[in-house]
Design a protein around this ligand. Structure first.
Ligand code: UD1
Ligand code: UDP
Length: 355
C-alpha cells in the first residue's frame, strides 16, 4: 500500500481532514502529522474527538510564535518525519503556516505534494495566508481547486498541469454533519432564547490593527440583535493587549462563548439570522446554511458567495455594519457553488491515478 503523510495544524484543517481521511484510508496508508500550531483542546483536540479523526501519528508540538520561528521549527520537525517515513506523497490543506512548512520540507526532499484548496487568491499579499497559498501551489504536483475561479487563478500564474476542480471538502463535511448537529442540539443549550447574529473574528488584518479591531467591536455592539461570539484566542489576546476587552466583557449585546466545537458551530450557524465573520470557512458555511453573511474584510477568496448576493464585504471602519445587516434583502439561492459534496472521493481517485 502506498504511503501518504498528511500534515495539518490549525482548526479549519482538522475539519477538512475528516471527510478526506475517511476515503483516503480505504486505499492508502495515511500517516497523520499534527504540527501543534493550534494546541488548546477547544482549538484542536475537540475536533479529533467529535469528527472521529484518527489520532495523529506525530504531534510536533510547535505551538505559537512569530511566523519565521513557527514555520522554521515546523520545517525542521516535518523534515525529520518525512526522512523517517519516506512517503510516496505529502497531503496538505489550505493556507496556514503548517501548510507552507509542509510544502517547503516535502519539496526539498522531492516528495510530490498534493494541495487541497488550491488556487484561492485574495490578491492581498499582506495576508500571511496569501503568501502560504501562492508558495504551496507553486511546488504542488496535484492541485485540488474548489472552484472554477481557483482553476483560473492558477492558470493566470502559469499553473494548469495537475489542477482539478473537485469542489470543496468543507461541503463534504457539512453534508456529513449538518443533520447530526441539528438533532443533537437545542438553542437553549447556548443560553439563548431570542433571534441572534453569530460572529467570529480572528484574521490578522483585523486583530493586529488596533483601529480596525476597535471599529469591529464597536460596530458589533451596535447591532440590533444579540451577538453570539465564539472568541478565538488570538482575538481575546489582542482585545486585552489593546485595553478594550470591556467592549465584549461588559457588553449587553455581545455574548462571548468559548471557541465552539464543530457540531455546535454548525448548529449556531444554521440557527443564526445573520453571520458576521472574517473566517474563510464560515463564509462558505453561511452560504450552505442559507444564512446571509457579512464579511469584515476588503476582499474574499470565496467570491462566488458575494456574486450570488449571500455575502457582503464590509469595511469595518468606513461601512455601517448595522445598516447593512438591517437593510439586507434575501436573494434567490443559487445551488452548487462548491461542488456536489463528493470532493473527497474525487480527490482520492486523482491521487490513485497519480501514484
Ligand atoms: C491561523 C492561521 C489562519 C487561520 C486560523 C484558523 C496562519 C498564519 N494563520 O491563525 O490562516 O485562519 O489559524 O483559526 O497560519 N492561540 C492559542 N491557542 C491555540 C492556538 C493559538 O491561545 O491553540 C493564540 C496564541 O496567542 C497565538 C495566536 O492565538 O499566538 C495566533 O495563533 P496562530 O496559529 O499563530 O494564528 P491564528 O490567528 O490562529
Ligand atoms: N469553527 C468552529 N468553532 C468556532 C469557530 C469556527 O468549529 O468557534 C469552524 C467553522 O465552522 C469552520 C472552521 O472552523 O468549519 C473555520 O475555521 P477558522 O474560522 O478558524 O479559520 P479559516 O477558515 O478562516 O481559516
Amino acid at each position: 500500500m502506498k504511503k501518504i503523510v498528511t500534515i495539518v495544524g490549525a482548526r479549519p484543517q482538522f475539519i477538512k481532514v475528516a471527510p478526506v481521511s475517511r476515503v483516503l484510508r480505504q486505499s492508502f496508508q495515511e500517516v497523520l502529522v499534527h504540527t501543534g500550531q493550534h494546541y488548546d483542546h477547544k482549538m484542536a483536540g475537540v475536533f479529533f474527538e467529535q469528527l472521529n479523526i484518527p489520532q495523529p501519528d506525530y504531534n510536533l508540538g510547535v505551538g505559537s510564535a512569530n511566523h519565521g520561528a513557527q514555520t522554521g521549527e515546523m520545517i525542521i520537525k516535518i523534515e525529520e518525519v518525512l526522512l523517517k517515513e519516506e512517503p510516496d506523497a505529502v497531503l496538505v490543506y489550505g493556507d496556514t503556516n503548517s501548510t507552507l512548512a509542509a510544502a517547503i520540507a516535502a519539496s526539498k526532499l522531492h516528495i510530490p505534494i498534493f494541495h487541497i484548496e488550491a488556487g484561492l487568491r485574495s490578491f492581498n499579499r499582506v495576508m500571511p495566508e496569501e503568501i502560504n497559498r501562492v508558495l504551496t501551489d507553486h511546488v504542488s504536483s496535484l492541485l485540488f481547486a474548489p472552484t472554477e475561479v481557483a482553476v483560473k487563478n492558477l492558470a493566470t500564474e502559469g499553473t494548469s498541469s495537475g489542477v482539478h476542480n473537485v469542489g470543496d471538502v468543507m461541503y463534504d463535511a457539512v453534508i456529513y454533519n449538518a443533520k447530526i448537529a441539528q438533532e443533537n442540539h437545542k438553542i437553549e443549550d447556548f443560553g439563548i432564547n431570542e433571534e441572534f447574529i453569530l460572529a467570529t473574528i480572528h484574521r490578522a488584518e483585523n486583530t493586529d490593527d488596533p483601529e480596525r479591531l476597535k471599529a469591529i467591536f464597536m460596530s458589533l455592539n451596535k447591532l440590533s440583535k444579540k451577538v453570539i461570539l465564539p472568541l478565538h484566542p488570538r482575538t481575546e489576546k489582542k482585545l486585552k493587549e489593546q485595553g478594550i476587552f470591556d467592549l465584549v466583557e461588559n457588553s449587553t449585546t455581545i455574548k462571548i462563548i468559548e471557541p465552539a466545537p464543530y457540531l455546535e458551530m454548525l448548529f449556531l450557524e444554521s440557527n443564526a439570522s445573520a453571520i458576521v465573520t472574517d473566517s474563510g470557512g464560515v463564509q462558505k458555511e453561511a452560504y450552505f446554511a442559507k444564512v446571509p453573511c457579512f464579511t469584515l474584510r476588503d476582499q474574499t477568496e470565496w467570491v462566488e458567495t458575494v456574486n450570488v448576493g449571500w455575502n457582503t464585504l464590509v469595511n469595518p471602519i468606513k461601512d455601517d455594519l448595522k445598516e447593512l445587516v438591517d437593510s439586507y434583502e434575501e436573494k434567490p439561492y443559487v445551488e452548487g457553488l462548491y461542488g456536489d459534496g463528493k470532493a473527497s472521493e474525487k480527490i482520492v481517485e486523482y491521487i490513485k491515478n497519480f501514484l
